[in-house]
Design a protein around this ligand. Structure first.
Ligand code: BTN
Length: 267
């Protein structure tokens, strides 16, 4: 690993123009999960915007109880503490997906709820966790971005990718984290003022809009066509039974997407 690619809090903060996200940045060598480390800071309102980063996780967490793997120094593994956030978790989830996609690059797309896709393969995932404290609802936004991986375990090889693989270069993780922090602050401001713009941008980046999908919700499968997103109720499906149903991000998984991950509805 080139020494300039080692993550360092001062280097990440240098030149950052954000006022909220990244006011404090802590870089660890190894933690069990950056989300669990970040959760230790949510009771103190002053920690709003704190960014916890690690070079390595020993028990990285994915959505739906899955594990999140990644060898040391190969990824961006970070969690952001929000102690003063007004957005509901549905809108927040859309906002973070838009922000992470923008930070990765203009070809990144969103597979609802929280997968970021480059050229048809998953390059990043987001795990949003929330907790009620005596000061109100708090959130930890956990973001994992594959940067330098050259290969993946067999079971992931057809589905996962890294920035280096897709962009044919060497991803500067410090720069990527700076872009991520800036993008998250930017889109959170928009979410709090003009949620409509989040929906518009999400719709533009989404791989699901207009597609036939099967989702798993409440242990049942529902199949239909994705007709949009609601900032409070989640994914909107026009079901084959002809009625419309909403699916909240936290309790829903995509079981099947008929047209794959490469087509974009606006292309
Ligand atoms: C998913 O796609 O299932 C979500 C993956 C989220 C992984 C990130 S890595 C940094 C943060 N810490 C964790 O334990 N998980 C998230």
């Amino acid at each position: 690993m080139p020494s300039k690619d080692l993550l360092d809090a001062d280097r990440i903060r240098r030149g950052l123009k954000t006022k909220r996200i990244g006011r404090q940045v802590i870089v660890f060598n190894t933690v069990s999960s950056t989300n669990d480390t970040a959760a230790q800071y949510v009771n103190e309102p002053d920690n709003d915007g704190l960014v916890i980063i690690a070079e390595q996780q020993t028990a990285g967490k994915g959505r739906a109880g899955n594990k999140w793997f990644g060898s040391k120094g190969q990824s961006v593994l970070c969690s952001i503490v929000l102690t003063c956030e007004n957005s509901n978790s549905e809108l927040l989830s859309l906002t973070v997906a838009v922000a992470v996609a923008e930070a990765i690059g203009e070809t990144a797309r969103i597979k609802w709820p929280n997968d970021i896709i480059l050229n048809g393969k998953k390059v990043a995932g987001i795990l949003l966790e929330s907790k009620q404290t005596e000061h109100g609802r708090t959130y930890v936004l956990g973001i994992g971005i594959n940067c330098h991986q050259k290969e993946f375990p067999v079971e992931l090889a057809s589905k996962a990718t890294s920035i280096d693989l897709e962009m044919q270069g060497y991803c500067d993780r410090t720069l990527l984290i700076k872009r991520l922090i800036t993008s998250i602050e930017h889109w959170l401001i928009i979410a709090n003022k003009k949620a409509r713009r989040i929906i518009e941008t999400w719709s533009h980046l989404s791989l699901l809009l207009g597609q036939r999908v099967t989702v798993l919700y409440n242990k049942r499968k529902f199949t239909g066509t994705c007709s949009g997103i609601d900032p409070e109720k989640g994914l909107i499906l026009q079901l084959d039974t002809s009625h419309i149903q909403f699916f909240p991000a936290e309790q829903t998984a995509i079981a099947k997407q008929q047209d794959g991950l490469t087509r974009h509805p606006f292309e």
